[in-house]
Write a protein that binds this ligand. Structure first.
Ligand code: GAL
Length: 609
């Protein structure tokens, strides 16, 4: 590891059955030894709390600790993440094992960082319809609403005679005959997210009592069921697990031609999006905790990366501000679920192909100057609550907030713009020339006012401000923008095969709004109906634009804010740091950038300041 240039090693994150083979029978000797061996070699350890894998004996003590799926089936033992965040007994156990680790290793000089649990939310594990979740949800509702009447009013329970007489009557929003009340569903989403934050916070508090080392969690790609900003508030570092080929087929949302073109490289924007998102979640401090080094085992198909991609992914992360890039895993395990998951070493401990690229990155890092981040010219707001609201009420099968934001992000990147992602709690937009807030279904008044008062050009819609916090349609009707007489008068969703074309190019797909009011017409349908209207520094977008329409909008934006739009070809992307422009080429052939040729699956660094 040392010879290959690695500096950090994460261990222990699933090791509970070895740490505690029987209840209260502890064995830390092997971990003492492992930490010592790594530390003596000069490696720094990230020690994981093992709570993503409670051992089998835990179920004898707490048979009801398993999460329950929406169909009412327990999510059984035999893999991982088999716990319900609301189970108080398991939460105590998770605190107990965390305390034992913290006490033993809190001042161990080799333990230089911690990781709580492992990938909260992975394998659909945030929402649990267990009995303990129901009891905790009722308690959460009582704390939120105080009186049952307040809840009935907020949810609109007069509809369909859904009124409750007491909190104890409220069920979880599964197993209903037809759809449950969206306000009920959205509160259940909020509650479930809070349970994740609470579970994490309890571990963090214990670790901090015993250790000064920074604490991270390893988030996942396109896991949106809990509010990472809120969980991240308790942590020092946001990290995420980057599997570019693993994500390509079922998380990116691209068509099959695109997937074919990038089958061995991954989507050219998906990693960057998460780098920017987690840079924000970590308030500037973020890592890759797991970087795919070769074929994995879990995606629909699992090809090997093109030569050069492991290096490219590593450099792309550094260009977006990563403090560390760690690879998963060191040696391919010859047994169990991930026996077909590549490591940096083969199962026989011979170098796997990625290791040579890791060595190359080691050498390049030794030569390279520090990469310093700069504020991007453009900000994009990402709101986990909006993602839940869209999934509670998509209005058409398959419409997703994540996809809407990601489509917008890709358009910005096609134009060559670097992007900062901001939480919905952002109020200070100084330094940004443009702020985009697509699909933000509920917008706090303070956010509206901050944006209305900002100097940045703002792009809203579709569906921005479409709901109150309690999921009611606001009156006056959306977007109800300060000082702008603009109204969304009707909304419709469109069949996938029925896009509506725009006058001058591009189309609306999937979702459309009819709008009325004052303002400059920016985009219109062929029949003249407005699709984008602007007034002052605000543009409202009344539909889900395809790529061509988004490009038109972004080009206009670039002209307004005085930045060139580069119109980058497929696969070629750039990222500006304080002193450099990084050209990243995901294509399997060289491409020409304004700064020169960028090799296939390669990177070009250009000093700009
Ligand atoms: C991550 C996880 C690792 C390993 C890896 C496989 O989801 O944190 O433990 O399972 O994926 O790619």
């Amino acid at each position: 590891m040392v010879e290959a240039g690695l500096t950090w090693v994460r261990i222990g994150e699933f090791a509970w059955s070895r740490l505690e083979p029987q209840p209260d029978e502890l064995n830390f000797d092997w971990l003492d030894h492992a930490i010592d061996v790594l530390g003596q070699a000069g490696l720094k350890v990230v020690l994981g709390t093992p709570t993503a894998t409670p051992p089998r004996w835990m179920l004898d003590i707490y048979p009801d600790m398993l999460a329950v799926d929406a169909e009412g089936r327990p999510r059984g033992f035999g893999s991982r993440r088999h716990y319900c965040f609301s189970h108080a007994g398991y939460r105590d156990e998770s605190c107990r094992i965390t305390r034992l680790l913290a006490e033993r290793y809190g001042d161990n000089p080799h333990v230089a960082a911690w990781q709580t649990d492992n990938e909260y939310g992975c394998h659909d594990t945030v929402l649990s319809y267990s009995l303990v979740a129901k009891v905790a949800f009722r308690r959460w509702l009582r704390a939120r609403y105080g009186e049952i009447e307040a809840l009935n009013t907020a949810w609109g329970n007069v509809f369909w005679s859904m009124e409750y007489r007491e909190f104890a009557e409220i069920e979880l929003p599964n197993l209903t005959v037809t759809e449950a009340n969206p306000a009920h569903c959205q509160d259940f989403r909020r509650f479930s997210s809070d349970q994740v934050a609470l579970f994490n916070r309890m571990q963090v508090q214990i670790l901090r009592e015993h250790s000064a080392a920074p604490i991270a969690h390893n988030y996942m790609g396109r896991v949106t069921e809990f509010d990472h900003f809120k969980t991240g508030d308790d942590l020092d570092i946001a990290s995420w697990d980057s599997y570019p080929l693993g994500f390509l087929e079922d998380r990116v949302g691209a068509d099959s031609a695109h997937q074919r073109a990038f089958a061995r490289q991954g989507d050219p924007d998906f990693q960057a999006f998460h780098h920017d998102l987690y840079r924000s979640v970590g308030k500037g401090r973020w890592w890759i905790m797991e970087q795919q080094p070769g074929p994995v085992n879990w995606a629909p198909s699992n090809p090997a990366p093109l030569p050069g991609m492991v290096r490219l992914w590593s450099w792309e992360a550094f260009a977006h501000g990563a403090e560390a890039v760690c690879y998963f895993r060191w040696r391919q395990a010859p047994f169990a679920q991930e026996q077909m998951h590549a490591g940096l070493l083969r199962p026989d401990s011979v170098d796997a192909p990625a290791l040579a690229e890791v060595r190359q990155v080691r050498d390049e890092l030794a030569e390279a100057g520090t990469v310093t981040q700069a504020q991007a010219p453009v900000a994009l707001i990402f709101d986990y609550e909006a993602d839940w609201a869209w999934s509670v009420q998509p209005h058409r099968v398959g419409l997703s907030y994540f996809q809407l934001v990601f489509d917008t992000y890709r358009a910005l990147r096609r134009a060559g713009l670097s992007v900062d992602i901001l939480p919905p709690t952002a109020r200070d937009f100084r330094g940004y020339r443009a702020v985009l807030a697509p699909g933000l279904m509920h917008m706090a008044d303070a956010l509206k006012e901050a944006l209305a008062g900002a100097e940045a050009q703002t792009i809203l819609g579709p569906r921005s401000g479409a709901r109150r916090e309690n999921f009611a349609i606001p009156v006056p009707l959306p977007p109800d923008w300060p000082g702008w007489d603009l109204t969304v008068t009707r909304v419709e969703s469109l069949r996938a095969d029925c896009p509506m074309s725009l006058n001058g190019g591009g189309a609306i797909t999937g979702y459309r709004e009819e709008i009325e009011g004052a303002g400059e017409m920016i985009l219109a349908l062929d029949n003249g109906a407005p699709v984008a209207m602007a007034q002052g520094n605000v543009t409202y977008l009344a539909g889900w634009c395809d790529d061509a329409a988004l490009d038109r909008l972004v080009h206009r934006l670039c002209d307004q804010i005085g930045l060139p739009h580069l119109d980058l070809p497929q696969g070629l992307r750039c990222r500006d740091t304080a002193q450099e422009r990084f050209w990243i080429n995901y294509a399997d052939q060289p491409q020409i950038s304004p700064d020169g040729e960028v090799p296939a699956a390669g990177v070009l660094r250009v000093v700009t300041a």
